[in-house]
Ligand binder design. Structure first.
Ligand code: ZN
Length: 311
C-alpha cells in the first residue's frame, strides 16, 4: 500500500475502540475525573486537605470520603451546564478529530440526533480546546489570505461585507500559525511575527504585503521572495506549504461550513491548525483532543456551579 494512503496503527482510532473505551456516560465522566483529579484525589474545601473522593450515584459528582463534600469534574469545562449526555460530547469530539477537512454541524446532527443548534454549539465548545501557543523555527513561509469569498456567491444580507484578512506562518514540514488580522499592514503583522519567530529567521514570501514588512524589519529577518508572475526566483523560494494550508482551510470552509462569520474565523483556523500541527504525532487525534477536555474554560464556573447543577 502507498504509505501516504495508509493510516499508521498508532494514529488509528476506530468506532470499536471508542465504544470499548467510552461505553457509557459514566465512563466519560470517569475519564475527565481521572485527568483532572487522578485517583479521585482533590482538595476538599471542608477538610482543607487533599482527600480521596468517590463517585456519587446519579450525579456528575464525587464526594469526599471524610466529610461528603462534592466535587464536580465537569465544572468549568466545555461540558459545563450542558444537558446533553457526556458520551454524545465525546462522540462529537471523535468526529471532529477524525477528519482533516472538517465536519459540518449538519453531519453532527445526523450522527448524534441532537438539534442543529445544539450541534453547532457543541462544535463551538470543542473548538475552544483547539487553541495552541506555538513557536516556530526557520526557515518559514509567510503569506496572507483573504477569507470571505466573492459577493456573487453570497446570500444578499452578506454581500458587501468586508473580507477577513488572515496571516499565516508555516515551517516547511512543520507547524503552522494562522491568525485573523485587521489588515495586511506591517503594524498588524509584525506583532504576530515577533511572537512566534526568533530573530534572523529565513523567511520565504511572495510579492504580497509581507515583502514590505520583512524589508522594514531589516536585518532581523532574511528574505527570499518569489514572484508569482515571473515564476520561481530560486528552487527554495516558494510558498507552497502555506498555500497548501490555505487551500485546506478554504476547501473545508467552503465545502463544510459554507460561511464563517469573522467572529468565529479564528476558532475555525485554530481547528484546522490543531489537526495540521498534529498530523505526524503518533497518537490518535481523538486522544490528543480528549485529554484537553478537563481544561477550565469558564473562569466563573466555581460561583455558578452549585446553582447550575441538578439536585
Ligand atoms: Zn472533605
Amino acid at each position: 500500500m502507498n504509505r501516504y494512503q495508509s493510516i499508521r496503527p498508532e494514529q488509528r482510532y476506530t468506532v470499536r475502540q471508542f465504544d470499548q473505551e467510552f461505553p457509557t456516560d459514566d465512563a466519560c465522566l470517569e475519564y475527565v475525573k481521572e485527568k483532572r483529579f487522578p485517583g479521585g484525589m482533590a482538595l476538599c474545601v471542608n477538610c482543607r486537605i487533599e482527600r480521596r473522593h468517590y463517585r456519587v450515584t446519579g450525579r456528575p459528582s464525587y464526594a469526599c470520603h471524610a466529610c461528603g463534600n462534592h466535587i464536580y469534574p465537569l465544572a468549568g469545562t466545555i461540558f459545563h451546564k450542558s444537558t446533553r449526555p457526556l458520551r454524545t460530547w465525546f462522540f462529537v469530539i471523535r468526529l471532529m478529530a477524525s477528519t482533516r477537512v472538517g465536519i459540518s454541524a449538519k453531519q453532527i446532527q445526523r450522527e448524534t440526533g441532537v438539534t442543529y443548534k445544539t450541534a453547532w454549539r457543541m462544535m463551538k465548545q470543542v473548538r475552544k480546546l483547539m487553541g495552541d501557543k506555538i513557536y516556530l523555527k526557520g526557515p518559514v513561509e509567510m503569506d496572507e489570505a483573504e477569507f470571505g469569498g466573492s459577493d456573487s456567491n453570497k446570500p444578499k444580507h452578506l454581500r458587501g461585507k468586508a473580507k477577513a484578512t488572515v496571516f499565516g506562518i508555516v515551517e516547511r514540514k512543520g507547524k503552522v500559525v494562522a491568525r485573523v488580522v485587521p489588515d495586511a499592514t506591517k503594524e498588524s503583522i509584525l506583532p504576530v511575527v515577533g511572537e512566534v519567530l526568533p530573530p534572523r529567521t529565513t523567511i520565504y514570501s511572495d510579492q504580497g504585503g509581507t515583502v514590505g514588512l520583512v524589508r522594514w524589519m531589516g536585518q532581523s529577518h532574511r528574505l527570499s521572495t518569489m514572484n508569482h508572475s515571473k515564476g520561481y526566483v530560486d528552487g527554495l523560494a516558494h510558498t507552497n506549504t502555506i498555500d497548501g494550508f490555505w487551500s485546506l482551510v478554504k476547501r473545508g470552509i467552503k465545502g463544510v461550513y459554507y460561511q464563517v462569520g469573522a467572529t468565529y474565523l479564528q476558532s475555525y483556523l485554530n481547528e484546522y491548525a490543531f489537526r495540521y500541527n498534529r498530523r505526524k504525532v503518533m497518537r490518535p487525534m481523538f486522544a490528543l483532543l480528549a485529554e484537553r477536555t478537563p481544561q477550565q474554560i469558564c473562569p466563573s464556573a466555581r460561583e455558578e456551579r452549585l446553582s447550575a447543577l441538578p439536585e
